[in-house]
Design a protein around this ligand. Sequence first.
Ligand SMILES: [Zn+2]
Length: 119
Amino acid sequence: MNIGRYKQRLIELEASLSSRMARDVKSGREQLIDTAADAGDASVADEAESEDFTEAQLDATILQQVQDALQRIEKGTYGQCLIDGGPIDPKRLDAVPWTPYCIRHQKLLVAASRPKPTL
Ligand SMILES: [Zn+2]
């Protein structure tokens, strides 16, 4: 497996996510002030703000995973599932280079994090 290729992509992702997050938080604040001043409507400003901040939160989550993946490259455990240590499909790494889980455990985790149906 060509780790260097993934490392390069992860480093680029880290840089672009960091700069986009800084911009999003800033534009979120500016939008809030502009919209509130123009419309005199706090609820519109609230909506604009929460959309931007949700996107920033998603970026923050991915950024954290990208940084974790870079640490795994340093430790020599990149490409191994965090749960069973098994190899992660290279096709999966091509699509989601920061993923810490093989497809089987990713599916199990997603299923486990869904709210349980109540009877
Ligand atoms: Zn696994």
